[in-house]
Design a protein around this ligand. Structure first.
Ligand SMILES: C[S@@+](CC[C@H](N)C(=O)[O-])C[C@H]1O[C@@H](n2cnc3c(N)ncnc32)[C@H](O)[C@@H]1O
Length: 346
């Protein structure tokens, strides 16, 4: 007798959804993301163009109420509330330059408020490692315990989920249904070459006609001379003396002004990947930084993910911010699979 496998309807809502890296990953895992909420309206186009079932709401999370979320869970067998609050206040850079971060801290508090008010079956949060050492994270865990969630969290390496990057992130999953565990490492390690070697060649500062997202900011004449002397995996230390400034020698990141290597993973794709000075963001062999499309592929977005509305274009810098901020899609999919597995405990 054949048995039909029952696929539960899991409805999710994505807080701080950006352009939808996490939403797309959950969707690939079989979760129906009903809506994303984010304050940045420039994310709307990419979010909706690539995630057909999910509506983008331009909202400050501080103004969001359970009445806005609960109707989105109608007809669901299981519900999930996921969120990836802005990382900047918890990054290593921020902890060295303590500024007024209380407002951003409060966004994690807003996430707790919405969990308390909506009581989803599942919760997931992703953030930079630094959050795990902040008091607000202890509050988050304590609140989950009080609400009788079981949870698991750790610093994970995205390379263990098929992302060709040395990107480490704090991931938490929680369930009201019973025990839940972080996603198990899923794939063999992949490299820069696996993800971007097939793309057409483009000159510095140009875009590819068939894919305007395959584009870069132009290098200055000085930086072009530096780029030509940069070696894959190297840095400013490869240049002739007359190209080196004193500030380079003092630079905190020895890998600034570097090129990637085909056969290695990429560095963490940050919001600054469109600049040559901010990391090892040089293309392995062409004299330019990686393009916006290449960065998106290294973040494991699908090949044709749309970031640019040609009727209302945004800048390369804005696309870089969207992509560098995103949860890598493959990490999102691994989180989604954990949530799907979590429904089997009932
Ligand atoms: C780390 S990014 C999220 C990335 C997204 N999860 C993805 O995978 O593409 C954080 C997001 O929080 C948004 N944000 C910052 N403050 C906010 C607020 N008060 N209310 C809503 N969204 C906010 C930012 O616009 C940004 O898109």
């Amino acid at each position: 007798m054949s048995s039909v496998k029952y696929a539960p309807r899991i409805h999710a809502v994505d807080l701080f959804c950006g352009v939808g890296g996490l939403t797309k990953g959950l969707e690939l895992a079989g979760i129906s993301v009903r809506a994303g909420f984010d304050i940045d309206t420039s994310c709307r186009y990419a979010y909706e163009a690539n995630n057909s079932g999910a509506e983008f709401h331009s909202t400050d999370i501080r103004n969001l109420r359970s009445e806005d979320i609960l109707p989105l869970y109608r007809d669901a067998d299981y519900t999930a509330l996921v969120g990836c609050a802005p990382c900047q206040p918890f990054s290593s850079h921020a902890s060295k330059n303590q500024t007024n971060v209380s407002e951003e801290y409060s966004l994690v508090g807003e996430f707790i408020r919405l969990i308390r008010d909506c009581k989803p079956d599942f919760v997931s949060m992703e953030n930079v490692r630094g959050l795990s050492k902040r008091p607000i994270f202890d509050v988050f865990l304590r609140e989950l315990g009080t609400m009788e969630y079981e949870y698991d969290y750790d610093i994970v390496s995205c390379r263990d989920y098929g992302v060709p990057q040395n990107r480490k992130r704090l991931v938490l999953v929680a369930s009201r249904l019973g025990k839940i565990s972080l996603p198990r490492p899923t794939e063999n390690r992949s490299t820069v070459g696996d993800f971007i070697r097939h793309l057409p060649q483009i000159a510095d500062g140009t875009s590819y006609p068939d894919d305007p997202v395959h584009c870069t900011l132009p290098l200055s004449d000085l930086n072009m001379r530096r780029m030509k002397q940069s070696k894959p995996g190297g840095s400013w230390q490869d240049w002739d003396d007359d190209l080196i400034n004193e500030c380079h020698r003092k630079a905190y990141y020895p890998a600034s002004y570097g090129r990637m290597r085909w056969n290695a993973e990429a560095p963490t794709i940050t919001t600054q990947f469109c600049y040559y000075s901010t990391g090892r963001f040089g293309h392995p062999e062409q004299d330019r930084t990686i393009s916006v499309r290449e960065a998106a592929l290294l973040q494991t977005f699908p090949e044709r993910y749309e970031f640019l509305n040609e009727d209302d274009p945004i800048s390369i810098r804005e696309m870089a911010r969207h992509i560098g901020n995103a949860v890598p899609v493959k990490l999102g999919a691994a989180i989604g699979e954990t949530i799907v597995e979590g429904t089997h405990v009932r």
